[in-house]
Design a protein around this ligand. Structure first.
Ligand code: ATP
Ligand code: MG
Length: 640
């Protein structure tokens, strides 16, 4: 690799498997997808690759029968992998467990049979309100095995969010547990479900996983049953996977709610299965001896695709941890990496920014030398955070794959692809599109943008991992994703591409600032803000201005040891001018102690905008911490 470093980018990948694969995936798409899909096990092979008869409701491998659990489990238990660790779990409580593929297979079969005996049928919806514990992936796989549709609700959400999701999906069964833990405190879960169910009448059964040291849970006669009692009655049973069609729904999952009311996205067995399988291999390059640690929660798509379905289909070992990264100390993740010999690590910029604040000494205490590849997802990663991650976790030599994708895309769309020999990275770039991803940047009038001209990222043709729709709302599917540009998928992100074809995501399309006619992504200003020594985090939004159309304001969180002051504000403002020129007019800076974020850690700029304009805040069900909004209101009103 060292020698390659000196080659111009274009030449570097001329002969790489990436380039050849990409070229073929676009030039000979039908045969390419046919061959890729044939690498999975099918109950009945497909004859047709893509049904395009009812756009934008594209359906992949429509006449094939496939059940994703067959590729995640059955396929491996037939081989030596039966005794290989599939899932390693640890919890802040001190509990831990390793399940081999054989054990996971048995557990999933038992619970699948149990669900079946309870009357759950193909197409029924099962909702989970579980923390990261083995029963969560087991429930997902058991549901999928009998053709039921799962819907995971993140275990930090409120009763209202649960009730809304149950009602939207008309779920019949809820699986939960008595409590989870957070920083040494027990957080009740079953109780929250009980409250939610008062407004969610479709639920017939609640299955409760009993944890060690559980506190008595009120069990409602006839409705509530313990998981362990049910499965011990079932005993060991092998359940043949339901003969689901490639186009049968696998799950419904709500988006993070960063830009508005969450959307209930649903995905299908065949296309989603293939896409998570391929992208796991292409991006994370997993081999038989890899241990993959993804710090996301299964409540988000990242956990669905890259804790559960991708790594298991690839036959890897997947590690999950119940707890926060900075408790009891800010080296919990580094400790896990050392302890289990993690080789591929995947996390988010928000987590990196949080861990950076504790300094370099925490990762230094650990042997991280098994690591091979690092990844990032969820938001643009600021250069400051990238450098810290690279230096402290990657020893300045590991590739960091900055993976751009969405709940809607099912899996990674733009990234470096070490599994295809493409390790090329550029500062701040996400990378090149994955095979089959016909990504482009276009301007407002739909024309292809020139190199370095900013615009909207779009995907010009269907890909297997694409969403099947918005659950129960086909019009929202069409209007959100397929209407801004006719016949082209519109993700809603703002981006630029350089001469080498590298994509840089610059922020959300609806948060782009237009200052004196010039468009600038929130990221471009935030990257500069965070490069100022005292700034830990920032969020930029645009406010109307009579002369320039719009000007910028920022909410800024300072690093420990820095105090808000007029002088500091002046220094930050001049730092912006020095780096971005006079074009970017920064009207104000508000110092706060925390930014409003979703529970998955993404900055909710729309909330800052609504506080500033005195308007309704809209949907706040996914807001992590209500007090962040109160603080903003206070700071802004003091200012005025
Ligand atoms: P909602 O759609 O409800 O507003 P959301 O878009 O945050 O919420 P997700 O599907 O969880 O819901 O997130 C996808 C979005 O996250 C992408 O559209 C993009 O804006 C951002 N994103 C994800 N990964 C990256 C990345 N590597 N670089 C830049 N942005 C990213
Ligand atoms: Mg989105």
């Amino acid at each position: 690799m060292a020698q390659e470093e000196n080659l111009p980018f274009n030449e570097k990948y001329t002969l790489s498997p990436y380039k050849l694969t990409y070229r073929r995936s676009i030039g000979d798409a039908e045969n390419f997808w046919r061959e890729q899909a044939e690498s999975l096990d099918w109950i009945k092979p497909f004859s047709k690759v893509l049904d395009e008869s009812n756009p934008p409701f594209y359906r992949w491998f429509p006449d094939g029968l496939i059940n994703i659990t067959q590729n995640a489990l059955d396929r491996h238990v037939k081989t030596w992998k039966k005794n290989k660790a599939a899932l390693i779990w640890e919890s802040e409580t001190g509990e831990s467990k390793t399940l081999t593929y054989g054990q996971l297979f048995n557990e999933v079969n038992r619970f699948a049979k149990t669900l079946h005996d309870l009357g759950v049928k193909k197409g029924d919806r099962i909702l989970t309100y579980l923390p990261l514990m083995p029963e969560l992936p087991v429930t997902l796989l058991a549901a999928a095995r009998i053709g039921a549709v799962h819907s995971v609700v993140f275990s930090g959400f409120s009763q209202q969010a649960i009730a809304d999701r149950i009602n939207d999906a008309k779920a019949k069964v809820v699986v939960t547990t008595d409590y989870t833990v957070r920083r040494g405190k027990k957080i009740p879960l079953k109780q929250v479900v009980d409250e939610a169910l008062k407004q969610a009448p479709s639920v017939e059964k609640v299955i409760v996983v009993k944890r060690p040291h559980f506190e008595d849970t009120q069990m409602k006669e006839g409705r509530d049953v313990y998981y362990h009692e049910l499965v011990s009655k079932t005993g060991y049973k092998k359940v043949d996977p339901e003969e689901t069609s490639s186009t049968d729904p696998l799950f419904i999952l709500y988006t993070s709610g960063t830009t508005g009311k969450p959307k209930g996205i649903y995905h299908l067995h065949g296309g989603y299965g293939l896409w998570t399988y391929l992208t796991t291999k292409w991006v994370f390059d997993l081999h038989d001896d890899d241990v993959f640690f993804n710090t996301a929660d299964i409540g988000w798509i990242t956990g669905h695709s890259y804790i559960v379905y991708g790594p298991l289909q690839a036959g890897a070992t997947t590690l999950m941890y119940e707890g926060v990264p900075d408790y009891p100390n800010p080296d919990k993740w580094w400790d896990l990496i050392e302890k289990y010999g993690v080789t591929v690590f995947y996390t988010s910029p928000t987590a990196i920014r949080a861990l950076m604040k504790y300094g370099d000494e925490w990762p230094k205490m650990h042997d991280l030398s098994n690591l091979r590849i690092l990844g990032s997802v969820g938001e643009p990663i600021n250069p400051e955070a990238w450098r810290w991650y690279s230096r402290n976790i990657g020893n300045n030599e590991l590739p960091i794959v900055d993976t751009w994708w969405q709940t809607e895309t099912g899996g990674i769309m733009i990234s470096a692809t070490p599994g295809l020999g493409n390790y090329m990275l550029k500062p701040s770039a996400n990378g090149l599109p994955l095979p089959g991803v016909d990504a482009d940047v276009i301007n407002e009038s739909g024309e292809k943008a020139n190199a370095r001209e900013k615009g909207y990222i779009v995907i010009r043709r269907p890909w297997p991992g694409m969403l099947a729709g918005v659950w129960g709302d086909p019009d929202r599917y069409i209007s959100t994703y397929w209407s801004k540009f006719q016949g082209i998928y519109y993700p809603g992100d703002y981006a630029v591409r350089d001469e080498d074809g590298f994509f840089f995501i610059l922020g959300r399309a609806d948060e782009v600032l237009k200052i004196a006619g010039h468009r600038i992504g929130t990221r471009e200003i935030e990257d500069v803000l965070i490069s100022f020594p005292g700034v830990a985090e920032s969020a930029v939004i645009g406010v109307p201005d009579p002369v320039r159309g719009e000007v910028a304001v920022a909410a800024v969180v300072l690093k420990q040891g820095y105090q808000p002051s007029e002088d500091l504000k002046k220094q930050i403002l001049s730092h912006i001018r020095n780096n971005l020129g006079s074009l970017v007019i920064m009207k104000d800076i508000y110092f706060v102690t925390k930014l409003p974020k979703t529970r998955s850690g993404k900055i909710m700029r729309r909330l800052i905008r609504s506080v500033l304009s005195g308007q309704q805040t809209g949907d706040t069900t996914t807001l992590e911490d209500e007090t962040s909004l109160d603080e903003l209101k206070r700071v802004i009103s003091e200012f005025e």
